[in-house]
Design a protein around this ligand. Structure first.
Ligand code: PHE
Length: 342
């Protein structure tokens, strides 16, 4: 019968439809599924079909309708994923990767934390040169001419000069500030320092310190102790205990080293404190009157204290880093671990 072959024709047409645009898909929809679609009038041809074939006819037309709908759904999905792919292929691989914010270097994180703590109690930040002269680094700081620290084995001198060197400590900033500024002086000086050391997991030829200096009338050892206790509590927690051990530096008298109580309960604490429970944090002392006089400050009128904090050591404790060289290798796998650190 003619109507049966018409249905077969339409099924073939649907099966072989090639559609590659939204416009073509819309044409397909109008032709087979729209309100005036081509299948609708076929249903009314049931009158012409003999009774014994009416059932077969009904099934066949319904099937045609389903095939049209299925084809439409498939085509629509195909077009959508094709669109997605072309969108993806528009990505410009030569553009720089935008991977959100970068990470701050752990040394920078510890330094800015220290600066924050001291700024809160009125210390101003001073930054000074890394290439120093012998006078500011050693002589003004009461270091005798024959002191071993001046040795070429310990200090990097520039071009075999005996005058110009890479500063061996941020204490050079003390003499810089004291020679140009009248007391009261209340500064901290963060920066990089250099020593002619064999590089190992524990020591490096470059590292960072934060220097502190307080000069005024009637500054006492008790003032220093109280300032350092405040610092330790801010840095290590409100319950922190400190102790001051006698030590020696040419530029302070008396001199001390400050330890912070870490305890021996955890393995990390045991390792860091070598089993003693006490962690060495900084060197400090009352500024030697010779240093004040070298910088033209009246040592009868003024007194003060100074301290120097090693940053690498603090950062190694804080983040449990076992090798100092990691700070200077700029291995992205190391640095990325500090992404969440603010
Ligand atoms: N400059 C000393 C050092 O590098 C630290 C220090 C600074 C000690 C200030 C006392 C006072 O080890």
């Amino acid at each position: 019968m003619e109507v049966f072959s018409q249905i077969e024709e339409l099924k073939k047409e649907i099966g072989s439809s090639q559609i590659d645009s939204n416009e073509a898909l819309e044409q397909f929809r109008i032709r087979f599924l729209g309100s005036k679609n081509i299948i609708k009038p076929i249903f009314s041809k049931i009158k012409e079909v003999p009774n014994e074939r009416k059932k077969e006819f009904g099934l066949s037309v319904n099937e045609l309708k389903q095939i049209a709908q299925q084809k439409f759904d498939d085509l629509q999905q195909g077009l959508a994923s094709h669109a997605e792919q072309t969108e993806a292929s528009k990505i410009d691989m030569s553009l720089p990767v935008n991977d959100g914010l970068g990470a701050r270097h752990p040394i920078a994180v510890v330094m800015s934390r220290l600066i924050q703590i001291f700024e809160r109690i009125g210390f101003a930040v001073e930054e000074e040169r890394e290439i120093e002269d012998d006078w500011h680094n050693f002589t003004a700081m009461n270091t005798p001419d024959d002191h071993p620290a001046r040795d070429m084995q310990d200090t990097f001198y520039l071009m075999n000069s005996t005058e110009r060197l890479l500063r061996t400590h941020t204490s050079s900033v003390q003499s810089r500030v004291m020679t140009r500024q009248e007391p009261p002086i209340r500064i901290i000086a963060p920066g990089r320092v250099y020593r002619n050391e064999t590089i190992s997991a524990r020591s490096h030829c470059q590292f960072h310190q934060v220097e502190g200096l307080y000069i005024d009338e009637n500054v006492s050892f008790a003032d220093m102790k109280q300032t350092l206790l405040y610092f330790a509590k801010e840095m290590y927690g409100a319950d922190t205990k400190i102790r001051l051990r006698p030590s020696y530096f040419p530029f302070t008298e008396p001199s001390a080293e400050m330890d912070v109580w870490m305890g021996t309960e955890t393995d990390v604490a045991k390792r860091l404190t070598k089993g003693t429970g006490w962690l060495e944090v900084l060197g400090c002392g009352m500024v030697d009157p010779n240093v004040l006089e070298n910088c033209n400050i009246d040592s009868k009128k003024y007194s003060g204290f100074a301290f120097g904090i090693g940053i690498e050591r603090s950062a190694m404790q804080k983040y449990d880093i076992s090798d100092i060289r990691m700070f200077f290798e700029n291995d992205i796998r190391f640095l990325e671990q500090f992404k969440s650190v603010i």
